[in-house]
Design a protein around this ligand. Structure first.
Ligand SMILES: [Fe+2]
Length: 435
């Protein structure tokens, strides 16, 4: 093996010896979302804001959650204007509304990652001084840390996958700068995640496929992330929630991959199979507990521009009014190539992941091809497009996409090898047509 591909990119002078693990409290299972009123009554909350988006509001789940809180003497108000893909403007609008109609003792987010992230921003800025941009990651924002604890946030995901119920980050588009960035701080992590597989029963096949690929990549990227020991030793105040691959995150990622092996194809093909749905919900939760501590890397960095610079692709089973590459799909499209690139950093880990994801798959002659082969076979079976070309990109878009991906340094720094702009360009080019 040439030395340039050995996992020697990171040799710290003083290796990190400490890793951290954080997670919300968890309630899991069909019917779990019927108990939120009781759960919040135990915290002494009297006035609660339920944050959701118009699409999820139309399912009736948020109002049902609000209604059962009233039985416990809690006044619950529904804010249903969270934007799918939050922007600085949509978050500022939600914060202004919440400040005007507050104070609130607790927050409940019912919806996908967007509703949960909106609730995180609202919670932060109704508990702490300053404005949104003060807290957005530097250099885009001020990178300020909250001085006050946040009110309890209960996160109730209605799409499987995002992991927003487990993580410490709020993702947003800053419109004036055309950049996707985030606010990241341990205090943003929800106090309680309520995962109720009954809420995902109506999810169509295309959404299950894309969001399932998001779950899979959360597990696989955290499992192959830079080990925490390859970072320089940090002072406690320098520690960030994402600390690289570590034994605890590995355990969640491995279990998530095993659950996916048994349920993913079935949940896409037979959405009525409740056992498969429950396993997917559990896989999403487990993967969230892993990547919420280890971090994700190249496929997620690429996903930002792949989703953000969409031309006119309209995926099956998503609202037809706006072109979009769904998050999970945008992550999946460069994953086979990304894991071909990271293979040398830890071959055994890549092979083990492939075996966990498909215990029946025959190992390829070239071990480097095993994980990409398992991924593309799955993607074909669940009807993910055959590459970046199939969602509207061509060679001419590569420089633009590279520029967008290279802005995600926080994610690229979690990759197990150093990643240059040329490396990303190669991954994108070879992802135009995957089969
Ligand atoms: Fe994701």
């Amino acid at each position: 093996m040439p030395s340039s591909t050995m996992p020697t990119d990171h040799v710290p002078a003083s290796p990190e010896s400490v890793f951290t693990y954080g997670a919300p409290q968890l309630k899991f299972g069909p019917g779990a979302s019927d108990e939120i009123g009781y759960d919040l009554s135990q915290t002494g909350a009297r006035r609660v804001l339920v944050v959701t988006d118009p699409g999820v509001a139309a399912t009736g789940h948020p109002q049902r959650v609000a209604d059962q809180m009233e039985r416990f003497g809690i006044e619950a108000v529904v804010y249903d204007r969270a934007r799918v893909e939050p922007t600085d403007e949509s978050l500022q609008e939600a914060v202004a509304w919440a400040r005007e109609h507050g104070p609130w003792d607790a927050f409940v987010a019912v919806g996908g990652g967007s509703s949960i992230d909106t609730a995180k921003a609202v919670d932060l800025l109704t508990s702490n001084p300053g404005e949104l941009m003060d807290y957005v990651n530097a250099p885009v924002g001020g990178g300020r840390a909250p001085v006050n604890p946040l009110a309890p946030l209960v996160a109730v995901p209605t799409t499987t996958g995002t992991g927003a119920e487990s993580t410490t980050i709020c993702v947003l588009d800053v419109l004036s700068l055309k950049v996707k960035t985030g606010i990241s701080h341990a205090r943003l992590r929800p106090a309680l995640a309520v995962v109720d597989p009954a809420l995902t029963r109506s999810q169509p096949a295309g959404v299950t496929a894309a969001s399932g690929m998001d779950i899979l990549c959360h597990a696989l990227e955290s499992y192959t992330a830079r080990p925490y020991t390859t970072y320089e030793r940090k002072q406690p105040e320098q520690r960030v929630p994402y600390c690289g691959a570590n034994p605890i995150a590995d355990m969640w990622a491995e279990k998530a991959m095993s659950l996916l092996a048994g349920s993913f194809r079935q949940a896409v093909r037979h959405g009525e199979d409740e056992a498969a749905r429950a396993d997917m919900a559990m896989a999403a939760t487990f993967a969230g507990m892993g990547f919420g501590n280890a971090g994700v890397h190249i496929p997620h960095a690429n996903a930002y521009p792949v989703a953000g610079r969409v031309k006119d692709f309209h995926p099956k089973d998503y609202p037809a009014d706006e072109p979009m590459v769904p998050h999970g799909m945008s992550v999946a499209l460069t994953a086979p190539e990304a894991f071909r690139f990271t293979f040398d950093a830890d071959p055994e880990r890549h092979l083990r992941a492939a075996r966990l994801l498909d215990p029946a798959a025959e190992q390829t002659d070239d071990p480097r091809e095993f994980l990409p082969a398992v991924l593309t076979a799955l993607m074909r079976d669940i009807d993910i497009p055959a590459g970046l070309g199939a969602v509207g990109y061509d060679e001419g878009d590569v420089p633009d996409l590279v520029e967008g991906a290279m802005k995600q340094q926080r994610l690229l720094a979690t990759a197990p090898r150093d990643v240059t702009a040329d490396d990303v360009a190669g991954i994108l080019r070879r992802s135009m047509q995957l089969w």
